[in-house]
Every structure is written in C-alpha cells, then in structure tokens.
Design a protein around this ligand. Sequence first.
Ligand code: V47
Ligand code: SF4
Length: 365
Amino acid sequence: MNQLIAKSEIADIIEKVEAGERLSFDDGVRLFKSNDITTIGWAANLVRWRKNGNRTYYIVNRHINHTDICKNRCKFCAFSRSEGEEGAYTMSIEEIVARAEEYYADLKYTELHLVGGLHPAMPFDYYTGMLSALKERFPDVHLQAFTAVEIKHIAEIGGYSVEECLRRLKDAGLGSIPGGGAEIFAPEVRNQVCPEKMTGDEWLSVTRTAHKLGIKSNATMLYGHVERPEDRVDHMLKLRELQDETGGFMSFIPLRFHPINTDLANLARPRSGIDDLKAVAVGRLMLDNFPHVKAFWIMFGLKLAQVALSFGADDFDGTVVEEKITHRAGAETPEALTVTDIRRMIEETGTVPVERDTVYREVVR
Ligand code: V47
Ligand code: SF4
C-alpha cells in the first residue's frame, strides 16, 4: 500500500480489498461518502485487473425500442408515452425486422437489444412473434430482450406464470435479458420515482426465475435522483446476494439519471463526474461476484466512459446504432459509434479492446 493510500480515511477498506475480503454495508456507505476518489479508483482498478486483466470488452450490437407506449409512466422516464399521445409508436413485427435489417450487412452485429414500454394491449404473440421472426431472419444474432419489468407484464398479458412465460420466450428465441427496471430497490425511493413499477423484490424474483432457467441477465442501478448512499449500497447488496445464489448475472451497469423532459426535472443539478466514477468504482468493489462492470458510454458520455475504464469498468458496451431512452431525456452523446472509434477510445486508456458476444465469449472476425 503506498503512503497516500495508507493515510486515507478509507485505508482499512482498501486493505480488505487487497486481501480479497468481502466489503460490508458500512464499507459501501463510507466509500460513497468519501471524496478520496483516486484511492477508491485505485482499489476498483485493482479488482478490475484481477478479474479482467487489461481487456476492455465491447460488442457490435443494435438497440431497437419496439414501442414507447407504457402504462407505468415512471417519473424519471422521458421515453414513455400514453396511447394517442404525440410521439407514441408501436412497431409491427415487420417493421422490427426491417429495422434490424438496416446496418446488418455493414455491421454484422452479434446482438439485438430489444427494450420497450409496457403496452397495455399488445398480445402475448406479439412478443414471441417478434423473437421468432428475428431469429428466423438472423439465426446467429443473440436476442437480448425485455427487462424483468417487461417479462412480468408479458406474463400477465398471456395469462402465464413468469416461469412459463420465460420458457415460451426462450423457445421463441430469447437469449438473455437486459438489466433495466432495477432502478433502486428501496421501496421509499421506488414509491417516489416509479410508483407504478413492480417492486424491487418482484424484479429480483423474475430475475431469479430467469437465472434458474439458464437465462443470463444484467443488472442496472439508476442513480442521481432522490436516492441516498445507503439506498445504493442496499441495492448492490441485494444484487450480490442473488448472484451468490444463482450466478446468472453477467454485468453491473450504473445508469446516471438524465432529468430533461421528465417529471423529476426539478432535481436537475450539475452533473457530477465524481459521482459517476463512484457509482462505477463502488459497484466494482461491492459486487465481488459480478464478472463485469459496464460503462454504458451513451449515459456516461464518451469522455467519462473512457476514464471509468480505470475506475473498475471493463466493458464499454457497443455500437448501439439507435437509442431513445436516454436521448429523449437530454443525452448529448451520439446514438451510434463505429467499431473503429470504439477500439480507438479503448486503446487510449491503455487497455486492449476485445470484441465479445452477449455472454462474453471473444468474437473473432
Ligand atoms: O430501466 C429510463 C433507465 C433503463 C432514464 O442490460 C433512464 O446491457 C437515465 O435497461 N435517465 C433501460 N436512465 C435501459 C437498460 C439498459 C441500457 C443499457 C444496457 C443494458 C444492458 C440495459 O433505462 C430503465 C431505466 O433505469 N432510464 N429513463 C433517464 N431519464
Ligand atoms: Fe415504462 Fe420503462 Fe419508462 Fe418506466 S422506465 S415508464 S417502465 S418505459
């Protein structure tokens, strides 16, 4: 341990990290409350190196948001619309396949990322139909689709249990599920920012069921609104506990709240790069059983996503192509990056870009 770290107010926590010991709730809260950002980053980078060496993963993918109509209308969401409202849309299955076709010849992407609102009327067959049509046209493309929140909704629409719904979606081509909808699990926070959304326990339960069926997933944390450091750490510990049980999580993805055009716009305060780096680094330190931490450049911004790669993150996400959720909430990042740009941005951080597929196998082209 160098002298500066030895003198730090969090030196005892760093010692635990060096020894490979699991951090406690209090450790996590102290890390968030400490402004010794270089020490926090040093420790997170150590864990990143132990787990992933100097590799930084990226994926050639394409996002499609099939509908923005959503019955939940979470207060932090600028993407969703009610039926009939200006901007409301629902793509037909043909349109989804046509969208997926765009750029496929050029990019040969390996993943389609499908996330949408909770449409009150679209039938169960819409979801299985979209997966099977995509799988038929793009048999080699992994379909990462429907957050745990959508899965529960789709199950209700079909009149199935979550388990039966997941089995049917898997049969239709579902490969894995994205990490959205987790937000912050603490009920006091959820009641303020997304009162209509499933509870944190329900999110964990759907995810547990998916993992038990062999469907892997990611986990997000939406931060930078009304939550306290204690709520962030509680969120992380619930994820860590489920991961101990199932081992089904691939990556942790902190998502910075973007306030523009949302009902929580009054919470807007200057964006803190330090807070963004803490979310990544403390996530890396608390989630000792998660293989990967993702700096989703769309939300982080390109420059800070690069820095995050030295603060615990080992994944830059991907080409994305089209993104509405963050851009309707004021994101200033581009919607797409080329592979050349991604590799260059990663190389500049002194790490080695590695193309991965959805489940982190190396892709050799
Ligand atoms: O659950 C909504 C978030 C999530 C806002 O698994 C917002 O690889 C910030 O799940 N500001 C959906 N965030 C996106 C998602 C995702 C994204 C990237 C990668 C992966 C993955 C998953 O977007 C929602 C919510 O937490 N969100 N509105 C907003 N205004
Ligand atoms: Fe609907 Fe998801 Fe937006 Fe909430 S975050 S309103 S569930 S689309």
